[in-house]
Design a protein around this ligand. Structure first.
Ligand code: DGI
Ligand code: FE
Ligand code: FE
Length: 190
């Protein structure tokens, strides 16, 4: 699927703000793919679709989780966590995107997971650092994204967990597992 087809599919499913965010994530991910030697086409497609399911009705997302092989524990956590996993299913069923590497980059873009691929880290990071975002501590993360993808993904994971803990939110296990795995990699794999 080419860029224009993907964009025209996704646009009607998103608000104007979310669509503009998606375009900025896409440009950011393509530039990270260039820098870190990942396929620019995959980074582009995964980014265009990463928030595809963001505005699906909650009861529809719930049905997908119950009736597919997605982990049921998602239902015990905030519904913000559902659009990645559900999106990865919908893009295959509705548009025939079967490439597991792209589906996984969509699936894990919110939480991360252990042993993230380069493509998964690129979408995870691009979603966080795209130029429209203004989280505190973001300058440091953007600067690191020019040097070290793993360290950058680690910072995104750490900042997200800090933010969620400061709000007394529950944290999904994949979110913690991503942080632990990235920390282990920074420690030299031990
Ligand atoms: O869809 P976006 O807004 O572009 O960004 P996103 O998919 O990365 O994140 C959606 C929200 O999910 C964001 O506010 C952070 C939050 N989040 C990430 N990990 C967890 C989480 N929320 C909870 N409750 N638990 C998590 O583990
Ligand atoms: Fe998202
Ligand atoms: Fe996003």
């Amino acid at each position: 699927m080419n860029r224009n087809d993907a964009i025209s599919i996704v646009e009607p499913h998103l608000t104007k703000e979310r669509f503009d965010h998606t375009l900025r994530v896409t440009e950011t991910a393509i530039s990270l793919a260039k820098k870190y030697g990942e396929s620019e086409e995959k980074a582009e497609l995964a980014s265009i679709f990463h928030d595809y399911a963001k505005y699906r009705p909650l009861d529809e997302m719930k049905r997908w989780i119950i009736n597919s092989n997605l982990p049921k524990d998602l239902l015990l956590y905030h519904h913000e966590l559902w659009h990645g996993p559900v999106g990865s299913i919908l893009i295959e069923r509705e548009y025939g995107i079967r490439d597991e590497s792209i589906k996984n980059a969509v699936y894990y873009h919110t939480t991360g997971r252990p042993h993230m691929t380069k493509l998964e880290m690129i979408v995870f990071v691009a979603d966080y650092i795209e130029p429209g975002r203004s989280f505190s501590g973001l300058d440091e993360v953007r600067e690191m994204s020019q040097h070290d993808l793993i360290k950058t993904a680690w910072m995104v994971s750490r900042n997200t967990i800090n933010f969620l803990m400061s709000k007394q939110n529950r944290i999904y296990p994949d979110t913690f597992h991503a942080y632990n795995d990235l920390t282990r990699q920074l420690d030299g794999g031990n």
